[in-house]
Write a protein that binds this ligand. Structure first.
Ligand SMILES: [Zn+2]
Length: 184
């Protein structure tokens, strides 16, 4: 409280109590035709109504529509970094920085579940960290994202380690044991 993080932009999102976990994007919904927009608008882009537009919090999960690995970074960003578009259930497409995975093509796939997060995105002119929304690969149970690749890597290194242990047992220990028994 009273310790709100510095934001990358005003009017795009709220971070209640300065708690990044509670952050959400601010959209608008037209009461006439139901169209949801982000950023929020005063006039509905579908039916052009300029009344009955309400501010709504947007879903924090969506599906990856597209992404690209950026090799050149604007001031304040570190290259390479990932940007992309995420489709929310409200039928809104959000342009976003993507984090929580290495900036490599095979770290992401079109249509995968993504989860919104709030975190320092880049540095302002005075070097201060500015907090913005990002999306990252989501796990099915909604908990903090863990790369499927990481799990595979972990499993494969376990298999490798087990193999080498067995292999060195055969090469080193087994001859010792057999020679010990032979010497009896
Ligand atoms: Zn409308």
């Amino acid at each position: 409280m009273g310790n709100d993080p510095k934001k990358t932009a005003e009017g795009l999102f709220e971070i209640p109590d300065g708690d990044l976990d509670k952050g959400y994007l601010l959209g608008s919904k037209c009461k006439h035709c139901g169209t949801v927009s982000f950023p929020k608008r005063k006039v509905c882009p579908s039916c052009l109504a300029n009344d009955g537009i309400e501010e709504i919090p947007l879903s924090k999960r969506g599906k990856l529509f597209s992404f690209s690995i950026n090799q050149m970074a604007p001031e304040g960003f570190k290259a390479p970094y990932v940007t992309g578009k995420v489709d929310l259930p409200e039928k809104v497409r959000i342009f976003t920085v993507i984090t929580g995975c290495p900036p490599e093509e095979d770290a992401l796939s079109i249509g995968m579940d993504m989860e919104m997060a709030f975190e320092p995105v880049y540095r302002g002119k005075n070097g201060e960290a500015l907090v913005g929304y990002t999306f990252r690969p989501a796990r099915a149970d909604g908990s903090q994202a863990v790369e499927k690749r990481d799990l595979l890597r972990c499993a494969s290194s376990l298999v490798t380690a087990t193999y080498y242990m067995y292999d060195s047992f055969l090469r080193i220990c087994a001859p010792c044991i057999s020679s010990f028994f032979n010497s009896l």
